[in-house]
Design a protein around this ligand. Structure first.
Ligand SMILES: Cc1cc2nc3c(=O)[nH]c(=O)nc-3n(C[C@H](O)[C@H](O)[C@H](O)COP(=O)(O)OP(=O)(O)OC[C@H]3O[C@@H](n4cnc5c(N)ncnc54)[C@H](O)[C@@H]3O)c2cc1C
Length: 378
């Protein structure tokens, strides 16, 4: 348990992608996972959506490059069901700026005016209590993947290249030893040149255990699931940007949700009280949802891992030799994991991520006044 080049904390999709790309470059990699199996954190709880419809170039490209990789990966089970964003009047002009940037970066996204969106799709543009919808945008390459399958596939590849996975092993503390890190775990002492923090919603806590301040906090999110729909038909993942209500098909059912910004901290279990405020806005825009029945037992919850600006923290921790962060994805880590794995391998092996400029996502942004503002956060 000593002499690792890199010790990764967390065997979710991010830790797994990093383990694979680091092992591929010949490094000796260990992965610590507190749970009895991989993908039991947020990765196994996600809504599995991938989309290029972000408003910041770094987020657009992280997702786009990852989608390209998932497209080639059988275990990812990528299905381009599309993402349809319904955009209210007040956000329309800024939203179109985001679309212009997406198109300039070469990613597929189409603008639909209100009439075209309505012909194609059943919603009420004027709904009680909600801002009127002005138009819609559609990402034909956006869709869904199998996050669990991706995570296990990366770990399988990493282990085939010599990486070692320690499940049931909790990271307890770490201190620098002059060459790298001495890491205390529930399985004993490990040593490594680098520690890579991929602990998802627990990344802030992992930082505190190494006496580092890493601004990642948990936020509970609910996914409500209907009973089988009598006549299921194809539907894109749809988000009403006026309320944050989203839904998509899941086999013969629909799943839906809406973020509760007040639901912070490690609260556990389903918050059924959040169903009513979710349905209130959902039914106003999509009245046909009323015909569907809820399946309480098929609904689930998990943690977003949020940072102050809802963007991930990537790369070397300033002033702390040998500590690298890949955490704080704020609800969009599945769709960025593939590219993050490549970038973190470059960051450690070459000293700096090279395939994409990750400056806007580095920890240093919290030391500056100006931060990255991503508008399309759900
Ligand atoms: C309801 C919901 C819907 C979502 N929908 C989407 C979506 O549609 N698209 C998308 O891209 N993203 C989505 N996300 C977000 C996505 O799931 C996360 O961004 C992503 O899974 C983060 O992966 P991760 O590997 O960083 O974290 P995790 O999967 O949480 O992995 C972190 C791992 O670290 C382990 N760990 C923690 N502390 C320790 C310790 N001390 N020692 C050892 N191990 C430790 C945990 O057990 C865990 O397995 C959603 C999340 C939720 C909850």
């Amino acid at each position: 348990m000593s002499g690792y080049d890199v010790l990764i904390v967390g065997a979710g999709i991010i830790g797994a992608a990093c383990a694979y790309r680091l092992a591929e470059r010949g490094l000796r990699v260990g992965v610590l996972e507190r749970a009895p199996a991989p993908a039991m954190g947020s990765t196994g709880k996600s809504a599995a959506g991938v989309r290029v419809q972000f408003t910041e170039a770094t987020n657009i490209l992280l997702s786009w490059h990852s989608i390209q990789e998932y497209r080639q990966m059988p275990e990812a089970a990528y299905r381009p069901i599309g993402y349809l964003l319904l955009v209210p009047e007040g956000q329309w002009a800024a939203h179109l700026e985001g679309v212009a940037l997406q198109q300039q970066l070469g990613v597929p996204v189409e603008v639909r005016d209100l009439e075209a969106a309505q012909e194609w799709f059943n919603f009420l543009p004027l709904a009680k209590g909600l801002e009127p919808i002005r138009g819609a945008t559609y990402g034909p390459a956006d869709g869904i993947v199998d996050p669990h399958g991706i995570c296990l596939a990366y770990l399988h590849r990493a282990r085939a290249l010599g990486a070692e996975l320690y499940t049931g092993t909790e990271f307890l503390a770490a201190e620098p030893d002059g060459v790298g890190w001495q890491v205390q775990t529930s399985r004993g002492l490990f040593t490594a040149r680098y520690v890579l923090n991929a602990a998802g919603a627990w990344a802030g806590e992992v930082g505190r255990r190494a006496e580092l301040s890493i601004p990642v906090e948990p936020a509970r999110r609910m996914v409500f699931c209907t009973a089988p729909v009598p006549h299921p038909y194809w539907h894109p993942l749809t988000i009403d940007l006026s309320s944050g209500f989203w839904f998509r098909p899941e086999h013969d059912r629909l799943i839906f949700g809406r973020s509760n910004p007040a639901d912070l901290g490690f609260q556990e279990g389903m918050d059924w009280a959040w169903l009513e405020p979710t349905l209130e806005v959902g039914l106003a825009r999509f009245p046909w949802l009323e015909r569907l029945q809820l399946d309480q037992r098929a609904s689930w919850w998990g943690y977003y891992e949020i940072t102050p600006d809802h963007n991930p923290i990537l790369g070397h921790m300033p002033g702390v030799e040998g500590w690298v962060n890949a955490c704080g994805f704020s609800g969009h880590g599945v769709q960025q994991a593939a590219m993050v794995g490549r970038l973190m391998a470059e960051e450690i092996v070459l000293g700096q991520a090279q395939s994409l400029d990750i400056t806007p996502l580095r920890y240093e942004r919290f030391l500056r006044e100006k931060r990255l503002v991503e508008k399309n956060i759900v």
